[in-house]
Design a protein around this ligand. Structure first.
Ligand SMILES: [Zn+2]
Length: 207
């Protein structure tokens, strides 16, 4: 635990500057987009591109607003399960993310299931949880794990299953033609990782 003076010392030390202060200004971000337009071979001063840097920077605020969200807090409000003792599954949650290797689009769907312990959450919260992690620079494997692990630690259900199927723009638009390919990742925790629930949840997820 840091005391107040230690926190102040950290705040003043340039080498320990928090991430927040490393954030560029909007003007710097727009300048970076102009650089990339020139790198692509076009002229940022051309009429059609003149407002593009400002638009791209605004789009980034939307595509990456997951950094400003607290995924565990999304699951903060819980309800009694009311005697219900089977799984809860939300299917086909849209996944729109950006791959951290190429900053290309990842698009697909997530299926998120849990086996309630004492409590359940509002079903829309599962979609918001997916979105909070998707709107960051990601790899699909970590995205899958983060969704499952947060659901497990915040809600303490008896089981969690997350499956994501997505296509990756960095693969479908570059090099060898891989149009139409998709990648599948999954994470099973608790009772979903063992029989009899394992077969049951698989059948449900692939239905
Ligand atoms: Zn990529």
């Amino acid at each position: 635990m840091l005391d107040q003076s230690a926190i102040l010392a950290l705040a003043e030390a340039p080498s320990d500057a928090p991430l927040e202060s490393a954030r560029p200004s909007r003007a710097e971000a727009e300048a970076a987009v102009r650089t990339l337009i020139r790198w692509a071979g076009d002229a940022p001063e051309r009429e059609g591109l003149r407002d593009t840097p400002a638009r791209v920077v605004r789009a980034y605020e939307e595509w990456f607003d997951g950094y400003a969200r607290d995924p565990a807090a999304i699951l903060g409000r819980r309800f009694e399960r009311g005697g219900y003792d089977d799984y809860v599954l939300l299917r086909d949650i849209p996944v729109r993310s950006v791959c951290e290797h190429h900053m290309a689009a990842i698009e697909g769907v997530a299926h998120v299931a849990y086996l309630p312990g004492e409590r359940v959450v509002g079903i829309s919260k599962l979609a918001r949880l997916v979105d909070a992690y998707a709107r960051r620079l990601q790899i699909q494997e970590r995205l899958t794990a983060e969704i499952a692990d947060t659901l497990q630690s915040a809600l303490q259900p008896r089981g969690v299953a997350v499956v994501i199927r997505a296509s990756h723009g960095c693969m479908t638009t570059r090099g060898v033609s891989t149009h139409g390919t998709s990648m599948e990742t999954r994470r099973l925790l608790g009772e979903f990782s063992r029989e009899p629930w394992r077969s049951d949840i698989f059948a449900a997820l692939s239905a």
